[in-house]
Design a protein around this ligand. Structure first.
Ligand SMILES: Cc1cc2nc3c(=O)[nH]c(=O)nc-3n(C[C@H](O)[C@H](O)[C@H](O)COP(=O)(O)O)c2cc1C
Length: 205
């Protein structure tokens, strides 16, 4: 079973070494994020925000609060992928473009908003879990889009979340879920690592 998409998935690995001479234009960065935002989100909440750290000055602010990981300095861009704590009152506004486009009947909007409110709003852990899921789905789409364009990527949890929150002015409801560096790789990155056997991770029931 193979095709170009599967090949892209199978051949990805996390990059460590980037070519610092290769930059991405702001239009290329916008396109990566646009692709990322086509990922699925619960109730179409789209509770994410992406901060593209791509100038020398911004990288210098991020690097010391992200373990001085070389990817931040060398990769063209490092996204601070933020998830927003679920607030279901935004659902009518988020669904309005679907209604206008004729994708969803207007009467269905409360049928999404009401169960979503019951599912999340009294449960802080669920609101935060969804912020993490949302950001992760978005980052994942960007990782494979980058790979398909011949670019390397590195998801990173090695950073001081509180410091990143403060330094980059995140809102009170925003969680810096992960950093995602993207750029042209340079030689020396490890080959893809073997995985745990399927028998250990798959239950067929
Ligand atoms: C949530 C998450 C956090 C990670 N954090 C870091 C990090 O801070 N620094 C780093 O060099 N790699 C980081 N990685 C990369 C992992 O080490 C890597 O994905 C794993 O070893 C599997 O290798 P592969 O992605 O090349 O297949 C992270 C990966 C994930 C998914």
């Amino acid at each position: 079973m193979t095709n170009a998409v599967i090949e892209c998935i199978l051949s990805r690995s996390a990059a460590k070494y980037y070519d610092p001479a290769v930059t991405l234009s702001d239009d290329q960065i916008r396109e990566l994020v646009r692709i990322g935002t086509t990922a699925p989100t619960s109730f179409h909440l789209q509770n994410w925000r992406f901060i593209a750290v791509r100038t020398r000055e911004a990288k210098a602010r991020l690097s010391p609060i992200a373990w001085n990981q070389p990817a931040i300095t060398d990769a063209a861009v490092t996204f601070i992928v933020c998830g927003q704590l679920v607030d279901t009152s935004v659902i009518p506004e988020r669904l309005a473009p679907l209604v206008e486009a004729g994708v969803m009947p207007a009467a269905m909007v409360p049928e999404w908003e009401n169960p979503a409110r019951d599912l999340y709003m009294a449960y802080p852990q669920r609101r935060r879990d969804e912020a993490v899921r949302t950001a992760t789905f978005g980052a994942s789409a960007m990782i494979y889009a980058a790979r398909s364009l011949g670019l390397g990527s590195t998801p990173m949890i090695g950073f001081d979340a509180e410091a990143v929150h403060r330094e980059f002015g995140l809102a009170g409801d925003e969680v810096p879920v992960l950093l995602l560096s993207v750029g042209a790789e340079r030689p020396g990155n490890w080959a893809q690592k073997p995985r745990r056997p399927l028998t250990d991770v798959l239950a067929l029931v």
